[in-house]
Ligand binder design. Sequence first.
Ligand SMILES: C[S@@+](CC[C@H](N)C(=O)[O-])C[C@H]1O[C@@H](n2cnc3c(N)ncnc32)[C@H](O)[C@@H]1O
Length: 278
Amino acid sequence: MLDAYLVAGYQNPRINVQSILLRQELIRDLVGDRFVPLMSEELRFAVDLNEVLRLRAEQLGVRMGTFIDPAKAAGVRRVDEAIAGRDGAFMERWSSALADVESGPLSVLEFACGSANDYRAFAESGLARLLDYRGVDLTPKNIANARRRFPGISFEIGDITALPYPDGAYDCVIASDIFEHLPAAAIERALDEAARLARHTVVLTFFNMADVSEHVIRHKGAYNWNVLSRDEVVERLGRRFPSVQATSVARFLADGFDYPRTYNRSSWTVVARRDEGV
Ligand SMILES: C[S@@+](CC[C@H](N)C(=O)[O-])C[C@H]1O[C@@H](n2cnc3c(N)ncnc32)[C@H](O)[C@@H]1O
């Protein structure tokens, strides 16, 4: 189940805008602005396919989301059929574009990598070849899934609030959709770990962030479903990084791509940099 979790519908890393922004940040760290036109094209493509999914879900009366319930997950898969065979187009475009890149490897540590959810698109797009990558996750089953999919790649069981790696051990630390699930003290510890371990860049994606002055910590069953404060995250990372940029995905798509219907208005991407380029 974990292997198929968070990789369907809008979460498909090939067309998920935050997954794309994350990959594009790594590509920028490798080669600077060389591929900016392709990056814009990819985002436009993703917006178009997101809209195809939205319309199809509406037509079928399917509620889109990330579901454990088999019937609900099957509904999302039915919607996904609307983009079958099309969603990989930019995996191929990037594979060609990156084929002659000789820079790197960029060392990347991914916090809470799940079952190699984003790494699947790193591999398909030809980006993985340019990375010296390690993924860590607390859940042994996720790590077993990731290792099975990508033997030879370093996937380790680990707790992102206390990792056994030295300061500045990685060029970049990346994380998607994890901080909302952590208890309050763990949020600060994990942000500090990211800042400690990253020599150059931290890229974090959030699914539930807002312009509020403090985190709203919410317990939901065995885990948390917090609303994270943009200001608090930026302030914490700003203690260690001279530049921290927080982007609301909804505003980014509305302003840059004339697309006002992003599936999650609370999603943000935060990039902290120690310097310009690696
Ligand atoms: C919502 S999932 C996100 C997975 C993946 N990053 C994605 O975006 O598809 C959260 C993940 O965080 C992991 N996790 C939770 N607490 C953690 C911790 N303290 N250290 C490392 N991983 C943790 C869980 O096992 C789970 O795989």
